[in-house]
Write a protein that binds this ligand. Structure first.
Ligand SMILES: Nc1ncnc2c1ncn2[C@@H]1O[C@H](COP(=O)(O)OP(=O)(O)OP(=O)(O)O)[C@@H](O)[C@H]1O
Ligand SMILES: [Mg+2]
Length: 380
């Protein structure tokens, strides 16, 4: 068990204990347990700020703090439990669950911010954007499930964000890891809840990042993973129903398509490969991320694009960011910082130095695996 998992496990234990004591009316003890849970959660948030559940942890801290305050007030005022809503924490948890899972993301990504991926863009526009804008022009219906798959960091989430921007639909973005999180109780109920909200607010698009987690191979609970997967299949069937015109679309994203089973795959009528950038795309991505940087004339972006074969778009962004950090930090360290000073120009050498310690994140072997899977299940 990793340190993170261990800490999370302890936090969950304290939180469950707190809720139990709270329900039994043992205020002092409940407050102490809530405090222990908060302490663990804060440590988690600080140690792993980029953890995909940190939003959820922050929510939980707020909820527990609020509950502590409420419990202390009751103590001071001598009010009875009936004066405040009983089981407030659980109710809030219920409400938070929805908010935590559903990110109503106002996206500002445009198609033009995404370099290359022309095939993927075209397929997505045809499958979702056009039908959602003018459903009357598509009497035979259109696919409701779209699976974006490919190596990490190559634009799957970006594509979904561009869709969100383009269509005038409710965009519900959830990551499957949160749906499966032990913090949110029964995962299959979360799945049902998300689809219910989507139906209520249709037309809507549900974007499920890391959709493979719904297959849940590492859930401890016996049979738990099958329930989530089955619930998901059931919900998908509900929106694919040809007799009823329900305007709910599901975009799933995964970089492990081979972990999905056939019934699951079948629900996604469109399966779109999001490949790593080729030379032209890498050049385009370098241009995009250096456009606001001051480059010396010796910086040869074409050469950089050649040197970065096997890099994902996200790797290239990291390279550009590291180079920029390097020159800006030098300015701070030179002690010559004032309001008008600006970093020196970035040279080719800066890029080469950063590249020296980096390996491409996409291997030939993994590419082969994606292509093999694509050939077997392709549906463009
Ligand atoms: N084609 C691209 N054009 C511009 N930027 C890109 C492109 N591909 C990736 N990037 C950069 O990499 C970052 C990560 O991309 P994104 O989140 O879409 O990857 P992903 O395919 O969803 O990865 P994962 O499988 O890890 O979720 C983007 O925010 C962007 O900065
Ligand atoms: Mg992603």
């Amino acid at each position: 068990m990793s340190a993170l998992e261990e800490l999370e496990r302890i936090a969950i234990r304290h939180a469950q204990e707190a809720v139990k004591l709270d329900r039994e009316g043992k205020r002092e003890e409940a407050i102490a347990a809530y405090k222990r849970a908060i302490d663990c959660l804060l440590r988690l948030i600080h140690a792993y700020p980029n953890h995909n559940l940190s939003r959820l942890f922050i929510q939980r801290v707020k909820t527990y703090k609020m509950r502590i305050r409420l419990l202390q007030d009751i103590w001071i005022d001598g009010r009875t439990e009936e004066d405040v809503t009983s089981c407030e924490v659980e109710q809030r948890n219920q409400r938070d669950q929805i908010d935590e899972l559903i990110l109503h993301q106002p996206s500002n990504v445009h198609w033009s911010d995404i370099i290359g991926l022309e095939e993927a863009k075209k397929s997505i526009k045809r499958a979702i954007v056009y039908p959602s804008l003018r459903p009357d022009l598509f009497p035979l219906g259109w696919p409701r499930g779209i699976l974006l798959f490919g190596p990490p960091g190559c634009g799957k989430t970006l594509l979904a964000a561009a869709v969100a921007n383009e269509v005038k639909a409710t965009f519900i973005s959830v990551d499957a890891a949160s749906i499966m999180s032990k913090w949110l109780g029964e995962a299959e109920k979360n799945v049902a809840r998300i689809f219910r909200v989507a139906r209520e607010r249709a037309p809507s698009i549900i974007f499920i990042d890391e959709v493979d987690s719904l297959m849940g191979t590492h859930r401890l609970e016996v049979g738990g993973e099958m329930r989530v997967r089955n619930q998901f299949l059931k919900e998908m069937d509900g929106i694919i129903d040809k007799k009823r015109q329900i305007h709910v679309y599901v975009i799933g994203s995964t970089n492990k398509p081979w972990t999905l089973d056939e019934p699951f795959i079948r629900r996604f009528q469109k399966r779109i490969y999001v490949p790593p950038p080729g030379f032209d795309e890498r050049l385009g991505i370098f241009k995009l991320y250096t456009k606001d940087l001051r480059l010396s004339s010796d910086v040869d972006l074409e050469e950089l694009a050649r040197l970065t074969e096997g890099f994902s778009g996200s790797d290239i962004f990291d390279v550009c960011q590291s180079v920029q950090l390097k020159v800006s930090s030098e300015l701070f360290e030179s002690g010559m910082l004032d309001k008008s000073s600006s970093p020196r120009e970035i040279t080719m050498r800066d890029f080469l130095e950063v590249l020296k310690d980096r390996k491409p994140s996409i291997s030939d072997a993994s590419l082969e695996a994606y292509e093999k899977w694509f050939n077997r299940f392709k549906a463009l």
